[in-house]
Design a protein around this ligand. Structure first.
Ligand SMILES: Nc1ncnc2c1ncn2[C@@H]1O[C@H](COP(=O)(O)OP(=O)(O)OP(=O)(O)O)[C@@H](O)[C@H]1O
Length: 269
């Protein structure tokens, strides 16, 4: 079976200033992601996580290797991929509904359908009562829900999420994680989610790809199985959760130390 997304020997080097050496952000990334999987990517700061997502989103081109989406090389952005960033990037002069409709205008969905679809997706993220509010009238968590609704409304196959909950308080983050899982189960999207949070990775991922410090390579892909979780149980308190958490923490620890060492050498140079 072909993977939905396939990174094949993907490298990315950013040119240096003047004659200076470039920055090798990613090197030899090999990763296959099946359709419908929730994949989380973790790694030390600056290891190239956002770069990896930008390449998949078609915002950047790889220096080496290729990324295949449904077996075809990614050559640019497209409506088959929706992105949610850490910052909400909502239009302040538009209501929640207007923001969701905005993405649909861009792909030429007729007006009446736009309104209908925007309502449907705002309901999916639990914001039916807030569709006429402007971003400044919404909490951080609600704004991020609007951003998620906007990305889902044009029905991309793949949802790319770059630390979407990082700016939220712990409680809002946890409830949005639960909500995202519910939405993912309902919609069957393929999700690639970047985070710094180990707990977040274990809570959300079916697999967690741990990257090395820069240049980022895939150090290990950890399958997550939290066992049978009953509806009134907090999965975060299960022994399986602690086990996976510790595994990923151990893999990251060495890489973070290496990244800090690199940073010290760079500032000393
Ligand atoms: N447009 C660019 N031009 C030059 N260098 C870049 C560019 N974008 C990223 N880099 C460099 O590439 C490396 C990887 O950056 P990237 O933002 O992908 O890492 P990250 O893992 O997402 O970091 P963080 O966890 O801190 O958000 C960094 O050293 C960064 O400075």
């Amino acid at each position: 079976m072909t993977a939905k997304i396939s990174f094949r020997g993907v490298g990315k080097t950013f040119p240096g200033r003047g004659r200076g050496p470039g920055t090798v952000a990613l090197d030899g990334i090999d990763l296959d992601i099946p359709a419908g999987e929730f994949t989380v990517v973790v790694g030390p700061s600056g290891c190239g996580k956002s770069t990896l997502l930008d390449l998949l989103g078609g915002l950047e081109r790889p220096t080496s290797g290729e990324i295949l989406l449904d077996g075809r090389p990614v050559r640019g952005p497209g409506p088959d991929r929706g992105t949610v960033f850490q910052q909400y990037a909502l239009l302040p002069w538009r209501t929640a509904r207007g923001n969701v409709e905005f993405g649909l205008e861009a792909i030429g969905v007729p007006r009446r359908q736009r309104a209908e679809r925007a309502r449907e997706y705002l309901a999916l993220v639990g914001l039916s009562d807030f569709e006429d509010r402007h971003p400044h009238e919404l909490s951080g968590g609600m704004r991020q829900r609007v951003a998620i609704a906007r990305s889902l409304a044009y029905d991309p196959d793949v949802l790319l999420m770059d630390e979407p909950f990082a700016a939220l308080d712990a409680q809002t983050r946890e409830s949005l994680q639960d909500e995202l899982l519910r939405i993912w189960r309902r919609t069957g999207k393929t999700v690639v989610f970047i985070t710094h949070g180990i707990d977040e990775a274990v809570r959300l991922g079916q697999r967690v790809a741990v990257l090395t410090s820069r240049p980022g390579r895939v150090k290990e892909v950890v399958p997550i199985d939290l066992g049978e979780v009953s509806p009134d149980e907090d999965p975060r308190s299960r022994p399986e959760f602690a086990h996976h958490r510790h595994r990923i923490w151990s893999l990251l620890r060495d890489e973070v130390t290496r990244a800090q060492q690199q940073e010290r050498e760079r500032t000393a140079a």
